[in-house]
Design a protein around this ligand. Structure first.
Ligand SMILES: [Zn+2]
Ligand SMILES: [Zn+2]
Length: 149
């Protein structure tokens, strides 16, 4: 998805779900890591994390857009635009915006299995299977697979 497509999508959602135009700039920001989107109080522009679209598709992105548009429209109207404000919570519920950003960073885990009892052991780092043994039965661990979660 390009910035132009994103801009068009934000304008469309603004019209359809808020019945008001979005008259500022929406773009993808590479620097956003775990945040799905951001509203800039001074410029009124919106930033979005491309990973939301890549990992979860357009429906989840639409929910994040609605969340940011809640900040946007309430702030522009001089209403309670912060997460703690009742107006924000109500508008978020009404428009179906996301309450939390889905996990955007994947972590790699090494999975080992005990040769004796069969228990699986998940670790962020690689284990030295000559030195580390199963915590339950002290059996030997063997490398099983690498997973992302
Ligand atoms: Zn927010
Ligand atoms: Zn074991």
């Amino acid at each position: 998805m390009t910035n132009q497509e994103l801009q068009a999508l934000v304008e469309k959602i603004s019209q359809e779900s808020f019945r008001q135009p979005f008259c500022h700039k929406a773009s993808f920001n590479q620097r956003l890591k775990t945040t799905g989107g951001r509203y800039h109080l001074k410029s009124h522009d919106l930033d979005f994390n491309h990973l939301v679209f890549e990992k979860y598709g357009i429906e989840e992105l639409a929910k994040v857009i609605k969340h940011e548009l809640c900040h946007y429209h309430l702030h522009m109207a001089g209403r309670g635009y912060q997460h703690k404000d009742r107006e924000f919570k109500q508008l978020l519920k009404k428009t179906g915006g996301s309450r939390f950003t889905p996990p955007l960073i994947t972590m790699t885990y090494q999975v080992y299995q005990c040769e004796k009892c069969g228990q699986e052991v998940k670790r962020r780092r690689k284990l030295d299977t000559e030195r580390f043994v199963c915590g339950d039965c002290l059996g030997k661990l063997k490398f099983l697979k690498t997973i992302e979660a």
